[in-house]
Design a protein around this ligand. Structure first.
Ligand code: UDP
Ligand code: MG
Length: 315
């Protein structure tokens, strides 16, 4: 059986189209499937739409969060609920084409344990977003100790073995696609074109994207911490050499030591560098703090009423 996992945050206008296209694709498949819709604290009619789907089709299961916990928490929840031999994570807005699913399943049956979609082009997204996303993946890969493939979103098929390892990871700071890279196993890519959103607006504004990027870097790299030591060392060496040069000039050539412009500039520079790195260290301490608090990743306030049959295809 295949579990399809879809995190939904205010996606009421996409759900019917999504359901229709998924059913079309999956009914051409011999495999049974379940559709797990995770309502991430939507404020529109998403939950009602999900409930309606679940009433009319027993293969539709859902969990509804008590508030918005974010895409990473919603996908983690989906993987925990999944009962399939493999699960496929995809967006509700049809930016991840369901038509790619048969290819993914085929690769899986040939032995791949993770099959991810790699975007070859993205229509309907601004130049700014594409450029920053391009830079982000390259930077992340430079910094990260595990290679994380570039231009790969969360759209992927994951084998049961990998799901179990993923579910066992205890971290609260979850950058899902990075975590799957970290887990390893046989991973393959399928190129696809990322379409524009079916309906509605992206839920990621610049601030949310920036936070995601920061979470990703801190979750997969301690290089920023190392950078502190490196820059500290360079600044120390430079100021030490400057001190020697100035002293020699004074002793041997009797040159007057110039005024405090240099001293003040140096002070501000150092102050700035120190604050910057304090902040960087603070980022990691904050992550340690949330981890130690040990709060759950999400709280489910409602799930589908229990159904007698499990996994049996029904209309
Ligand atoms: N999403 C979510 N919680 C959030 C934000 C987004 O579950 O806090 C879901 C959203 O409903 C969609 C997917 O995550 O199914 C991707 O979101 P979106 O399309 O806004 O992101 P983009 O495609 O612009 O990166
Ligand atoms: Mg989208």
């Amino acid at each position: 059986m295949i579990s399809l996992i879809v995190p939904c945050f205010n996606e009421q206008h996409n759900l019917d189209a999504l359901y229709r296209r998924l059913i079309e694709v999956m009914s051409a498949q011999p495999l049974a499937f379940e559709l797990i819709l995770v309502n991430d604290g939507s404020t529109d009619q998403t939950l009602q739409a999900i409930q309606a789907l679940s009433r009319q089709d027993k293969r539709v299961r859902y969990a509804s969060f008590s508030r918005n916990f974010g895409h990473e928490a919603a996908s983690s929840c989906g993987f925990e609920l999944a009962r399939g031999d493999a699960a496929i994570l995809l967006d509700a807005d049809l930016q991840d084409p369901p038509e790619l699913i048969p290819q993914m399943i085929e690769r899986w049956q040939q032995g791949a344990q993770v099959v991810y979609g790699k975007r070859t082009s993205r229509s309907g997204e601004s130049l700014g977003k594409r450029a920053t996303s391009y830079l982000f993946y390259r930077l992340l890969n430079r910094l990260s100790s595990t290679p994380i493939p570039a231009d790969v979103g969360d759209f992927r098929l994951v084998d049961r073995v990998v799901i179990d390892h993923f579910n066992a990871l205890p971290e609260r700071n979850r950058f899902v696609r990075g975590m799957f890279s970290w887990v390893g196993f046989r991973q393959e890519a399928i190129p696809f074109t990322r379409e524009a959103r079916h309906q509605g607006e992206t839920k990621y504004n610049w601030l949310k994207l920036f936070v995601l990027a920061f979470d990703a870097v801190t979750a997969f790299s301690v290089s920023p911490l190392r950078l502190c030591s490196l820059v500290g060392l360079l600044v120390t060496l430079a100021s030490f050499s400057a001190a020697i040069v100035v002293s020699l000039q004074k002793i041997f050539w009797g040159m007057p030591i110039p005024g405090y412009a240099f001293a003040t500039a140096g002070m501000f520079l150092l102050g700035g560098v120190q604050l910057l790195f304090l902040g960087m260290i603070g980022e990691y301490i904050g992550k340690i703090y949330t981890q130690v608090q040990g709060r759950p990743l999400y709280i489910i306030s409602e799930t589908e009423p229990s159904k007698e049959s499990t996994g049996e295809p029904q209309g």
